[in-house]
Design a protein around this ligand. Structure first.
Ligand code: SF4
Length: 266
């Protein structure tokens, strides 16, 4: 199973554009010296940098994840912290039990609709700048429980996700790969401009409304402004099935119902 981390979901598109999609230019304060030349200078003992880059380098190499797990993917996350995989090599071994002291939320496991308000509340309690990794199929889309009435079809309905790690479950190496990609994203962030960190961009919501458990679903079902539901396929554009075809392949009630993918996305 492929476990390569990626930074954008295949289904719903986040409303906020991802600056990591376009690689930023070298830091202008460094005199636009190409990376190869800077590396050569570094080998000769000359370090060329700027405060903005130093700031990003420090943040990228001292990530403190929130210590919490939701389901089986959490076991893989715990394994990543053991001696065999050793997440400490990446400066991210200090799992914090308090959201006030954490800047990375690894959503590792199935997010039920009963648990989603607590996850959103924890996210709100984390100080900026903060990041989110959706680990595993359940956190990305609901995974094997996607059709369940009680499972959230992706944590990105409420929380802006930076890195998606597919798999059921992803191995610890996949989490480390996702962590390295997150570090690259943090290192590329600027204090101002198009590539500024998310919390420094104008128009980004600071606190996400905590949903409540309604009669049949969460209220609201997704965070307004943070999630754009996928457009269901245009049923009207599909050619109408002939009566003979309908009687062969499906019952009249099934013919009147929306298509299965559309119902699953609703
Ligand atoms: S993606 Fe698979 S391993 Fe991970 S929480 Fe869901 S069912 Fe468990």
């Amino acid at each position: 199973m492929s476990t390569a981390a990626f930074t954008s979901p295949t289904g719903a598109a986040p409303a906020v554009s991802d600056p990591a999609a376009t690689k930023p230019e070298p830091f202008p304060a460094c005199g636009n010296i190409p990376d190869a030349e800077r590396e050569e200078l570094r080998r000769r003992g000359i370090l060329v940098t700027c405060l903005e880059e130093l700031y990003g380098w420090g943040r990228a190499n001292s990530i403190w994840p929130l210590q919490f797990g939701l389901a089986c993917c959490a076991i893989e996350m715990i394994a990543a912290a053991t001696a065999r995989f050793d997440i400490a090599r990446f400066g991210a071994e200090i799992f914090r039990p308090s959201p006030r002291q954490a800047d990375l939320m690894i959503v590792s496991g199935t997010v039920t609709k009963k648990m989603a308000p607590q996850v959103v509340r924890l996210w709100n309690q984390m100080p900026e700048p903060k990041y989110c990794i959706a680990m595993g199929a359940c956190a990305i889309s609901g995974g094997p429980f996607k059709q369940g009435y009680n499972v959230l079809k992706g944590i990105d309905r409420f929380i802006p996700v930076d890195i998606y790690i597919p798999g059921c479950p992803p191995r610890p190496e996949a989490l480390l790969n996702g962590l390295v990609q997150l570090q690259e994203k943090i290192r590329a962030e600027r204090v101002t401009g198009e590539h500024a960190a998310r919390h420094l961009r104008p128009g980004v919501i600071a606190e996400i409304p905590v949903p409540e458990c309604g009669e049949t679903d969460l209220v609201p079902p997704f965070a307004p402004g943070a999630f754009r539901p996928p457009t269901p396929p245009a049923l009207a554009a599909q050619p109408a099935a002939s009566p003979a075809t309908s009687s062969r392949s499906q019952s009249p009630s099934a013919a009147a119902a929306p298509s299965a993918p559309a119902a699953a996305k609703a």
